[in-house]
Design a protein around this ligand. Structure first.
Ligand code: SAH
Ligand code: SF4
Length: 399
């Protein structure tokens, strides 16, 4: 266990979060620890890593110095750099801009509820799907995030919450990128639910997809191991309109999507969330609402309606109150459970669109979850996100 500082400088470090607990214990045994010692120490290290206590390998405690040096020599924690923050958790939400080692920038959001703290994670830098109204899609695809980079976003918020005696209780995959086009999404979910890691109950995790049929089928097949919630970003219920708004519809059209969701419901015996961003004069008509009713036939679903957040490259406007009433009246007439996220409350929470609606337990109508102020406000590092990040943060904030 001799540390050679030159070697240390010349060698690239491995990602400590990418090790599962068995692999970490094996590594400790390879460094000369007995099986019992490796087990005890491995669990101790994991507790510190995943309970939000440490931000670097250097700050691990209760580790024998020889092992600690070896860990420092060979491993690192993929801790992103906190570039900027918007919002105020006392008002319900904060959004952080994080910089990864390759210079990529991603967003992560923390939402506070009376009894829960939900983190909204990104799964890709940019997105290839190109939904016309989405700021992330407008900028194109850069790369997938690794499972560690996804988990590191939750740990980023966890560290901050732990310092105030709180913990992350829910995770939503609704940040930048399409989670079902990144194989590492499932690895990240496994780490999140692992009771020895973050231990977040699968039912408190929601994955939102634009409608990647093979991914939905895979999720359904994994439901016994990973019974997480599924949200589908539908936005239109005729292929003609959905082809325009959501180009991925040309690959997986509505009939194929319906079959995939029916399979998911059959396998999981659970309902699905349907996301519908309401754009004035585009998809907020009673005809689209009726088409949605037709499309939903046989699918137990909860519809989340979100007025559009304007983005720079899309000319659409959010729906009007009047048209919203027309749309919801159709849903009500057919007894379809729905939630409307009103454009009020905190800017940042509104910016996170349907997240609030997903966390709301009401089955119908526009109930907003209650917010509990935190004792300490976040430090605002930089209020301006101009020119930073692949997606315009402002686009996710209500005006
Ligand atoms: N790629 C996944 C998850 C990330 S997008 C998906 O599309 O589901 C998260 C949600 O934000 C999606 O429902 C998406 O349609 C919605 N969204 C994107 N841009 C928006 C905007 N400008 N206004 C309102 N909702 C938006
Ligand atoms: Fe990608 Fe989702 Fe944005 Fe569509 S809405 S471009 S799938 S991140």
């Amino acid at each position: 266990m001799i540390v050679n500082s030159e070697d240390h400088e010349n060698r690239s470090l491995s990602d400590l979060l990418s090790l599962d607990l068995d692999a970490l214990e094996e590594q400790l045994r390879d460094w000369g620890m007995s099986a019992a010692e490796a087990r005890r120490l491995g669990r101790g290290i994991w507790r510190q890593l995943y309970h939000g206590a440490v931000a670097s390998v250097e700050s691990l405690t209760e580790v024998p110095s020889a092992v600690r040096n070896r860990l420092i020599q060979e491993y690192e924690l993929p801790t992103p750099i906190h570039v900027a923050r918007q919002g105020d958790l006392r008002l319900g939400a904060v959004k952080d801009l994080l910089r990864l080692p390759d210079g990529s920038q991603i967003e992560v959001v923390l939402l506070a509820y009376r009894d829960r703290h939900a983190v909204c994670v990104s799964t890709q830098v940019g997105c290839a799907c190109g939904c016309v109204f989405c700021a992330t899609g407008q900028d194109g695809f850069v790369r997938n995030l690794s499972a560690s980079e996804i988990v590191a976003q939750v740990l980023h918020m966890q560290r901050w919450l732990v310092s105030q005696g709180r913990r992350v209780s829910n995770v939503v995959f609704m940040g930048m990128g399409e989670p079902l086009l990144n194989a590492d999404t499932f690895k990240a979910v496994q780490r999140l639910v692992d009771p020895k890691a973050l231990g977040i109950p699968p039912r408190r995790i929601t994955l939102s997809t634009v409608g990647i049929v093979p991914g939905i089928v895979r999720l359904a097949d994994m439901c016994h191991a990973l019974p997480i919630n599924l949200a589908l970003s539908l936005h239109a219920a005729t292929d003609e309109l959905r082809d325009q708004l959501v180009p991925m519809n040309r690959t997986y059209p509505l009939a194929a999507l319906h079959d995939a969701l029916a399979y998911y419901v059959d396998r999981t015996q659970r309902h699905v969330f349907i996301e519908w961003t309401l754009i004035s004069g585009v998809n907020d008509s009673s005809q689209q609402a009726e088409a949605l009713i037709d499309w939903l036939r046989g699918l137990p679903a909860h519809v989340n309606l979100i007025p559009l957040n304007s983005t720079p490259s899309y000319r659409g406007e959010p729906t009007t109150g009047q048209q919203l009433a027309v749309f919801t009246a159709v849903l009500d007439r057919h007894g379809i459970a729905h939630t409307v996220r009103q454009r009020k409350g905190t800017q940042i929470a509104a910016g996170c669109g349907q997240l609030r609606a997903l966390q709301t337990e009401s089955t119908s109508g526009g109930t907003r979850p209650a917010l509990k102020p935190l004792a300490q406000a976040p430090r605002v590092i930089n209020r301006s996100f101009k020119g930073e990040g692949k997606s315009d943060l402002g686009a996710l904030i209500s005006r």
